[in-house]
Design a protein around this ligand. Structure first.
Ligand code: NDP
Ligand code: MG
Length: 399
């Protein structure tokens, strides 16, 4: 029987790559539901190809239009709308696997809904874990969900862990497993060598043009500021049950090594491959089996020389803000994530210069460092308060 898959955020970069892998393995996977946001035309085409039982979009009017188009195309897909619909589909009794690939805080509740039904959750939406790490992991334990990382670094770390830790990596005892350090690699983004004096003039087009990975706009900007690595630092803290001192960020501009685990006997285990998200997606979809993808195999006679650098705080202030927030607690990481979402949106909309992203993030974080947030309503309240604070800052900057 093929596994029934729900793809949240199907119209995005991860969503499309997921469907690409599924399309190659029709005997293994069947699409139960697809959700999108505003790109209804993309969702329509995906529904025609994969014939899911359900589809969902953000807005009611888009849902009616999509329903009409699908009916005209002879499909019986039922179209729903809104956040509750995303949550209901993520928790659908027939779903075996839920790909959580909505971007940003909007992904939290649908992803949690899947966790609370004990699903196999393929986690791309790192922001969910950044906002609610402890609560999220507690829910995974309580409802015996299976959590598999999609983020390429975390998927790599997962693959480098001892097999007996993999199933419950979020409650691993790294020291007992002989692990000295998690080495989280990152490319350094498109501005690794750009003179700092030119940072203020960086345009959105330059920031979204990542040298190695093709991704959505928000994560591309996060990669340019290295906030992405900061969010991943927090994500790793929860996924592998470790402390900030156990994680080291290493810049590896070639993006061939996707992260490493350093053991106390001196061994370092790394996962390598060409930078293509279909590899971690295929790994998690089929886990613990391996399935083929169309990713170009790594050819060691063609790969460039590997190099490594320490991240520079003056070039990547957002990374260091995230590490600080990780040490401070869940209120701080939720607030930083919220501020960053608004700041990145404002930058992409041409409202603020690139350098102001870090300013908004730092100023918001400083107001919320000591906020405690343990319950879901506290987390959502901090998220909203931080958004108001960041929006206020953005207005003064823009004025
Ligand atoms: P995209 O922007 O390409 O896609 C985002 C998806 O979320 C789209 O389907 C979009 O719908 C949907 N969406 C946006 N806002 C909402 C909302 N309010 N409610 C419901 N759905 C919404 O992002 P990516 O695919 O790049 O990233 C998705 C997640 O995966 C992020 O959390 C990112 O950090 C993570 N990730 C991505 C990687 C990558 O290589 N792209 C690598 C590692 C992690 P629509 O477009 O129809 O509006
Ligand atoms: Mg990543």
């Amino acid at each position: 029987m093929p596994k029934q898959v729900v793809v949240l955020g199907a119209t995005g970069s991860i969503g499309c790559s997921t469907l690409d892998v599924i399309a190659q393995h029709p005997g293994e996977f069947q699409v139960l539901a697809l959700t999108g946001g505003l790109r209804v035309d993309v969702l329509f085409r995906q529904c025609v190809s994969f014939k899911p039982r359900f589809a969902a979009v953000l807005q009611e009017k888009d849902a009616s239009e999509l329903q009409r188009q699908l009916k005209d195309a002879g499909l019986s897909t039922q179209v729903l709308a809104g956040e509750q619909a995303f949550c209901d589909l993520a928790a659908h009794p027939d779903a075996d696997i839920v790909m959580a690939a909505i971007v940003g805080a909007a992904g939290l509740l649908p992803t949690l809904a899947a966790v609370k039904q004990g699903k196999t959750v393929l986690l791309a939406n790192k922001e969910a874990l950044v906002m609610s790490g402890e609560l999220f992991i507690d829910a995974v334990k309580q409802h015996q969900a299976t959590l598999l990382p999609i983020d390429s670094e975390h998927n790599a770390i997962f693959q480098c862990l001892p097999a007996d830790l993999q199933a419950h990596s979020y409650q691993s005892d790294l020291q007992k497993a002989g692990i000295a350090k998690i080495l989280l690699t990152g490319s350094g983004g498109p501005f690794r060598q750009k003179p700092l004096a030119e940072f203020a003039a960086i345009t959105p087009e330059q920031a979204v043009a990542h040298p190695n990975w093709s991704m959505g706009r928000k994560i591309s900007v996060d990669s340019a500021t290295m906030m992405n690595k900061g969010l991943e630092f927090i994500e790793a803290r929860w996924l592998f049950n470790c402390q900030p001192r156990d994680i080291e960020v290493v810049i590896h501009p070639q993006s061939i090594i996707h992260s490493m685990v350093q053991y106390s006997d001196g061994s370092v285990i790394a996962q390598l491959g060409n930078p293509d998200m279909r590899t971690p997606i295929a790994h998690a979809l089929a886990f613990p089996k391996r399935i083929a993808t169309t990713v170009k195999p790594l050819n060691f006679f063609e790969v460039p020389v590997f190099s490594f650098e320490k991240p520079d705080p003056s070039r990547y202030p957002c990374l260091f803000l995230a590490i600080e927030a990780c040490g401070a607690g869940q209120g701080a990481t939720t607030a930083l994530n919220a501020a960053n979402e608004l700041a990145v949106d404002a930058f992409l909309a041409g409202r603020i210069p690139f350098t102001s992203i870090a300013e908004v993030n730092a100023a918001t974080l400083s107001q919320f460092t000591h906020h405690q947030a343990t319950q879901l309503q506290d987390i959502l309240a901090v998220d909203q308060a931080a958004r108001r604070h960041a929006e206020q800052l953005l207005r003064t900057m823009h004025a």
